[in-house]
Design a protein around this ligand. Structure first.
Ligand code: CP
Length: 343
């Protein structure tokens, strides 16, 4: 069993961890999940406080962190910009309504044990990387760990829960075919965080990764390069295809999820008109029973919320191969494992 001391570490992307460290988090998460099921006490964070700063809405992330901290004997405090002075980067402050991130981070460090932040999309003007920049500014100034609860590049907590459900359903992940596919949605406001984190996570465990999307929906080349290098280091393979049926063939896991079209080189924000045009040309990228029949009895994954009737049919998401609710439930256990180790 892997075992690494992670106390004090920030958790912004899995790219800053190695497999042994990720296995340590997963081992701890599974252990705490078993303890919860057996009713064994596990108040490892007695008296500790996590500050949660949400610039965007959330069901799963907010509740799993709040419940997780409570089960660990600690406490989570929900902060919403507007209800506090909105933390802002230098040069973006608005007099009397915002507070510089460096000040917020140092104040919260005097009072609690961790800061968790969600920021992407409209809150960053759809400029790729801006949310990640703000989280890193928090990490630069905070004396306590900073956790990414989803920015415009990464959703590493979701990726931990995704790994957990795959291990529970498939056992050994090495050699299993993992398909991360784009899917149609009526909304173009879909960050790249989940698909990027999912392929990063899979690349630590020897999986045969297929990334499928229509032309024009490219992910960040830095992420693709990392995945390429990681499969060389840890085994497995990585390829990109532009046909959903081809991708689904013989898959063990399918994870079809919408993401937007946007520059990842900082050259400008997402263009909603251009994105809409590409989305509407690809309405057939929906997961149906017929597509699932192409797979090797694959499990169907989604981070939720899913756009039913667009990304996926009810028949699939409510069907026997869907693991989406266990996947969501594992957000609680994965984050408890993480919190217990880093706080
Ligand atoms: N998957 C996920 O992060 O869900 P929420 O947006 O509800 O937190």
């Amino acid at each position: 069993m892997a075992s690494t001391d992670l106390r004090g570490r920030d958790f912004i992307t899995l790219m800053e961890f190695d497999r042994e460290e990720i296995e340590t988090i997963l081992d701890t998460a599974f252990d705490l999940k078993r303890k919860l099921i057996r009713g064994e006490p596990h108040k490892l964070l007695d008296g500790k406080t996590l500050f949660m700063l949400f610039y965007n809405t959330s069901l799963r992330t907010r509740n799993s962190f709040e419940v997780g901290m409570q089960q660990l004997g600690g406490h989570a405090i929900f902060l919403q910009p507007g209800a506090v002075y909105t933390p802002a980067l230098p040069g973006e402050e608005i007099a009397y309504t915002t507070e510089r991130v460096s000040d917020v981070a140092r104040v919260l460090s005097e009072m609690g044990h961790g800061i968790a932040i969600r920021i992407y999309g409209a809150k960053t003007g759809w400029m790729y990387g801006k949310g990640n920049l703000l989280i890193r500014e928090f990490a630069r100034w905070a004396r306590i760990p900073v956790i990414n609860m989803e920015d415009d590049m990464y959703h590493p907590c979701q990726a931990l829960a995704d790994l957990m459900v795959m291990i529970e359903k498939l056992g050994e992940l090495r050699g299993k075919k993992f398909v991360m596919s784009w899917a149609y949605s009526g909304s173009v406001e879909k960050p790249l965080a989940v698909p990027q984190s999912a392929i990063i996570a899979a690349s630590f465990f020897g999986m045969d990764i297929t990334l499928a999307h229509p032309k024009g929906f490219d992910l960040d080349p830095n992420v693709l390069n990392f995945v390429e290098k990681n499969v060389k280091r840890y085994g497995g393979s990585f390829r990109v295809v532009h046909d959903m049926d081809e991708a689904f063939k013989d898959a063990d896991v399918v994870y079809p999820k919408s993401w937007t079209v946007q520059p990842t080189d900082g050259s400008g924000p997402m263009d909603p008109e251009k994105a809409k045009e590409l989305f509407e040309a690809n309405k057939h990228w929906i997961t149906t029973k017929e597509k699932m029949e192409l797979t090797n009895g694959a499990i169907y994954m989604h981070c939720l919320p899913a756009d039913r009737g667009m990304e996926v049919t009810d028949e699939v998401i409510d069907g026997p191969n869907s693991v989406v609710f266990e996947e969501a439930g594992n957000r609680l256990h994965a984050q408890k494992g993480l919190l217990a180790l880093i706080l």
